[in-house]
Ligand binder design. Structure first.
Ligand code: FRU
Length: 472
């Protein structure tokens, strides 16, 4: 046989690698992912009713699939499922790289940049952390930095992630800012001059790490007329989460335009999600029908930069609507349900699970239920509804690739909070994630998984399941 010269073999190899895109078995199909490279926190989300577009900016390093100089990258969607990538919206400047923050529609032109200007408020991360603003006169596509930046100077090292809303009670813009292990509230008539209103948190909640990405929302529930609306302070913390690393805690209370008063006992810790991969969760400005719509970054700083994806890193959770409910102990809690837009992907029922599907579980509640998702390689995720300890847990210790970090293999557990005679649970599965929701929103649990092939078997003891394909 004739030998092929080495230079031809080399040329063929170079040609082949140029033509083949890296295979992306873990690329989500109905979750937002960055087109390439690194993403962390969702930022500046706002809904524009004139175009029907949901805008989502995000922490992005355009150079590499690991954290680096932060930009605000930009995606838009008409349905919160299909995302269009737009050019990077805000680049690092002389004040620093662009850390997390929020955006508002300035309807009344309070800042003087123009009626309905979109104003982004974010942390300029330079030698110190300060807050800056940039404005957009083309509906959020391109931004110009305000020449008077920064608008709020930091006096401590961790001074970041401004979330701004228009407060009807005090008739001014209000900023919630993460300041080490407390939040500070500031008020402003014009988004340019800020006055300290109050502080909260030193003696409340979990303090195992730095507080980041706060948000303050007013939540209600039709079934809770007597209690009325409450204000909920969402607060991301890293580390210090219930299963290690990053997580989202929240405080229920009242906001009077100046001060947040917490109704929870200081030592009480409430988590918005009882999985390991739910962080930097904040809500949309101007969501339709006064809804409070949240998304979070589906990862954990313990291993976010080394998860086994190649061309991109990280995805966001599905959109979730937040409201309130009272649990069996009489405590007000945040109800978390997949948003109607997230439900719209539910297609026909199918026989077996696939790499992207929805599973609806009906568990009798008379005995412990054990739900096992597995593949032909013997990799599996085991979920247990324990009717004696009133908990739901997800075990991903044998779920597939756990080798990249010793922090990854884990069992996460949530109390059920409300005892029922039977339980409905929804599992949203997408290539490398499982989001589990109590049927009535009493708890949520979000975990990444990296199976070497999709889970295609489902076994349910103590109930039954219907599997739905994903509609495109
Ligand atoms: C949270 C966070 C924020 C910060 C951003 C930097 O994940 O640490 O506090 O603004 O990421 O990328």
């Amino acid at each position: 046989m004739k030998r092929i010269p080495l230079y031809i073999v080399l040329c063929l190899f170079v040609l082949l690698s140029a033509c083949t895109k890296p295979s992306e078995p873990y690329r989500s199909v109905y979750h937002h992912t960055p087109e390439a490279n690194w993403m962390n926190d969702p930022n500046g989300m706002f809904f524009d009713e004139t175009t029907g577009l949901w805008h989502l900016y995000y922490q992005h390093n355009p150079e590499a699939p690991v954290w680096g100089p932060m930009h605000w990258a930009h995606s838009v969607s008409k349905d919160l499922i299909h995302w269009e990538y737009l050019p990077i919206a805000i680049y690092p400047d002389a004040n620093g790289t662009i850390f997390s923050g929020s955006a508002v529609i300035d309807r009344a032109n309070t800042a003087g940049f123009g009626e309905n200007a979109i104003i982004a408020i974010y942390t300029s991360a330079g030698e110190t952390q300060n807050q800056s603003i940039s404005y957009s006169l083309d509906g959020g596509r391109t931004f110009t930095a305000y020449e008077g930046n920064p608008v709020l100077m930091g006096d401590i090292p961790d001074f970041r992630d401004p979330k701004v809303f228009w407060d009807e009670q005090s008739n001014q813009w209000t900023m919630v800012l993460a300041c080490q292990q407390e939040v500070r509230f500031y008020g402003s008539p014009n988004l340019k001059e800020w006055t300290l209103l109050s502080r909260f948190g030193a003696e409340y909640g979990e303090h195992g790490g730095v507080w980041e990405c706060p948000d303050l929302v007013q939540l209600k529930d039709e079934r809770m007329k007597e209690e009325g609306d409450k204000w909920v302070l969402l607060l991301n913390i890293n580390p210090g989460g219930p299963f290690g690393g990053s997580a989202t805690q929240y405080f229920v209370g009242n906001w009077d335009g100046k001060t947040f008063t917490c109704e929870d006992a200081p030592e009480e810790i409430k988590w918005l999600d009882y999985g390991k991969d739910h962080y930097a969760t904040v809500t949309w400005h101007n969501a339709p029908d006064n809804r409070i719509v949240a998304i979070g970054w589906m990862s954990n700083w313990q291993y976010a930069t080394i998860v086994p994806t190649v061309a991109f890193r990280s995805q966001n959770t599905i959109a979730r609507d937040l409201s309130l409910y009272i649990d069996d102990a009489g405590e007000a809690r945040v109800r978390v349900v997949p948003s109607p837009e997230s439900w719209a992907i539910k297609g026909k029922s199918i026989k077996r699970p696939t790499d992207a599907c929805i599973i609806e579980l009906h568990l009798t509640g008379e005995q412990d239920a054990v739900i096992t998702l597995s593949n032909n390689k013997g990799e599996k995720v085991t979920m247990t509804l324990d009717v004696h300890s009133h908990t739901f847990s997800m075990d991903r210790t044998a779920s597939g690739d756990c080798s990249f970090s010793h922090e990854f293999a884990a069992v996460t557990t949530t109390p059920l909070f409300v005892q029922r005679s039977s339980y409905t649970i929804h599992l949203f599965i997408d290539h490398c994630s499982i989001e589990a929701f109590d049927g009535d929103g009493a708890w949520a649990m979000t975990n990444l998984v990296f199976p070497s092939e999709p889970y295609n078997h489902l076994e349910v003891q103590g109930g039954e399941a219907t599997i739905y394909e994903i509609k495109n």
